[in-house]
Design a protein around this ligand. Structure first.
Ligand SMILES: N[C@@H](CCC(=O)N[C@@H](CS)C(=O)NCC(=O)O)C(=O)O
Length: 228
């Protein structure tokens, strides 16, 4: 059975979506990042980067949501476009677009809007702008097609959904959806699927620390402890 190390954050939730969609048997193992459980020696042996998600599947250990989505898609043969060079090129390009663009910029946009102890206008504006620029690119693509690659629902849509459902939180309100109607259409379609509802509800079967207090900031934003 696949061991799935997770929390309720966006990157683990996209992997939960795949596991649920594919009907794979998995054992969810909670990692409470606000309590510092991502830094236990046992978890660092799974993911030296100290972040969720990660999976252990027999003798395979995979960390990073984008790597896990690709691994699981290739393992099962599910949620992939046709295996042609053209479709594979699109798949890899858009998967990396989400993995290296949408994800990190959305994460930093959330950080500087909600969590940074100082309000830094430059950082806030830069990350909001860059995150929104990425959603704009996805939106333009989805204006002309139903799904991000190929003609069907794939891991790229799951990858985008993980972060895109956070757009209102990231930007501070639902108004941002007016700029990304096609991304919203895809998010709504995926969120209505039973697998997505199970993926989002998974965290509620466990107890995670809710407060982003000094203890949580000490674990998640370790740079706060260092004099620069
Ligand atoms: N590129 C990684 C990023 C993983 C990541 O940033 N995970 C967050 C939750 S969404 C986390 O574990 N944060 C805890 C920490 O930074 O200490 C992925 O896509 O899996």
């Amino acid at each position: 059975m696949i061991k799935f190390y997770f929390s309720g954050a966006p990157n683990p939730t996209k992997v939960a979506l795949f596991l649920e969609e594919a009907g794979l048997a998995y054992e969810p193992i909670s990692v409470d990042t606000r309590k510092g459980q991502q830094f236990t020696p046992a978890f660092l042996a799974v993911n030296p980067n100290g972040k969720v998600p990660a999976i252990v599947d027999g003798d395979a250990t995979v960390f990073d949501s984008n790597a896990i989505l690709l691994y699981l898609a290739e393992k099962t043969g599910k949620f992939l476009p046709p295996n042609t060079p053209a479709a594979r090129g699109e798949l890899l390009s858009w998967l990396m677009f989400v993995g290296t663009g949408v994800g990190p910029f959305s994460g930093q946009a959330v950080h500087f809007k909600h969590h940074a102890p100082e309000k830094i206008a430059y950082a806030h504006t830069r990350y909001q702008y860059e995150a929104e620029r990425h959603y704009g690119i996805a939106d333009a693509r989805l204006a002309k097609r139903l799904y991000m690659v190929g003609d069907t629902y794939t891991i790229v849509d799951m990858d985008l959904w993980g972060w895109a459902r956070m757009v209102p939180y990231m930007t501070g309100g639902d108004e941002a959806w007016a700029k990304f109607p096609n991304v919203k259409r895809l998010v709504d379609e995926i969120s209505a699927r039973p697998a997505a509802q199970h993926a989002v509800a998974l965290k509620d079967k466990f107890t995670f620390k809710a407060e982003m207090d000094d203890e949580a900031r000490g674990h998640m934003f370790k740079h706060l402890r260092k004099a620069v």
